[in-house]
Design a protein around this ligand. Structure first.
Ligand SMILES: Nc1nc2c(c(=O)[nH]1)N[C@H]1C(S)=C(S)[C@@H](COP(=O)(O)O)O[C@H]1N2
Ligand SMILES: [Mo]
Length: 256
């Protein structure tokens, strides 16, 4: 008889505990749902309803501050022997690569100076500058990576040769294709990093058309999205230049 009473009490206790647990569970679900609804109702930052919700963008921006504050221009990305470089290099992304606005014979790199003047620089002139080779693990945010070999002039050598020291005191570099369909904005320390090159060769041969002929950016501290193919114009700005993939919800900084 005694035992039954004890059992009865513990059963009551158990029922009360599970009732409380159920209430807590329900309240948590309600909060999670409210939070999710709130986040979804936040304005998005991209054009045409694309992009990420502003609170998420704030987190991305905070990440960026942490990354760029700790960014050391002396930082080097691992390099590999050229024998490890792939001979068949993946082709990815063809935005801004149409031939309509591009005439290989007439192409010149346009560099907009802070005075507003524009330099028109031929591929031959770029090839006269010191040549650098970089073999590194090229990473795309879609999840693939490949060890590849690229040659060209260091961006830092290029700006020095063309006397762009005033321009490089600005915070960002913008680059766009001749048809202005693809464009990137990059923080200055990353562009001036020693492995960043204005590239005109892949595996010691001129860039293939679909890989950015005549000139592309190779910037090992960044993911593939920033390695703009077929550069038409380079400019400098203290505000973030427009960036094709950032407008579509990706992180602006995309360093690794
Ligand atoms: N003009 C232009 N450059 C571009 C792209 C693009 O669509 N258009 N895609 C980028 C992306 S997402 C990647 S991963 C690399 C791929 O370079 P690859 O085609 O030489 O492999 O180019 C980058 N540069
Ligand atoms: Mo990519």
């Amino acid at each position: 008889m005694k035992e039954i009473i004890v059992n009865d009490q513990s059963a009551k206790k158990y029922a009360r505990k599970s009732f409380i647990a159920f209430i807590i569970f329900f309240v948590m679900i309600a909060f999670a749902f409210a939070g999710w609804k709130w986040l979804n109702n936040q304005p998005k930052d991209g054009a045409f309803g694309t992009g990420v919700q502003t609170p998420l963008r704030k987190v991305l921006n905070a990440n960026e501050k942490i990354f760029s504050a700790g960014f050391d221009t002396g930082k080097r990305i691992k390099e590999y022997p050229v024998s490890m470089a792939a001979s068949r290099v993946k082709v990815n992304g063809d935005v801004g690569m149409s031939e309509d606005f591009f005439d290989a014979a007439k192409w010149k790199l346009q560099v907009v100076k802070s005075t507003g003047d524009t330099l028109f620089i031929s591929l031959d002139d770029i090839k006269k500058l010191p040549k650098t080779n970089v073999v590194f693990n090229f990473k795309c945010i879609e999840g693939w990576n490949q060890i590849t070999s690229w040659s060209g002039v260091r961006f830092s050598d290029f700006v020095e040769h063309y006397g762009l020291s005033k321009e490089t005191q600005m915070k960002y570099v913008g680059m766009k294709t001749p048809d202005e369909e693809y464009y990137v904005g990059i923080d200055m320390p990353s562009v001036l990093q020693h492995q960043t090159i204005l590239c005109y060769e892949m595996n010691d041969k001129p860039l293939p058309m679909n890989q950015g002929y005549p000139l592309r950016l190779i910037i090992p501290v960044k993911y593939g999205v920033k390695h703009i193919k077929r550069i038409g114009t380079i400019f400098f700005d203290n505000n973030k230049p427009a960036d094709y993939w950032a407008e579509r919800g990706y992180d602006y900084y995309t360093g690794h």
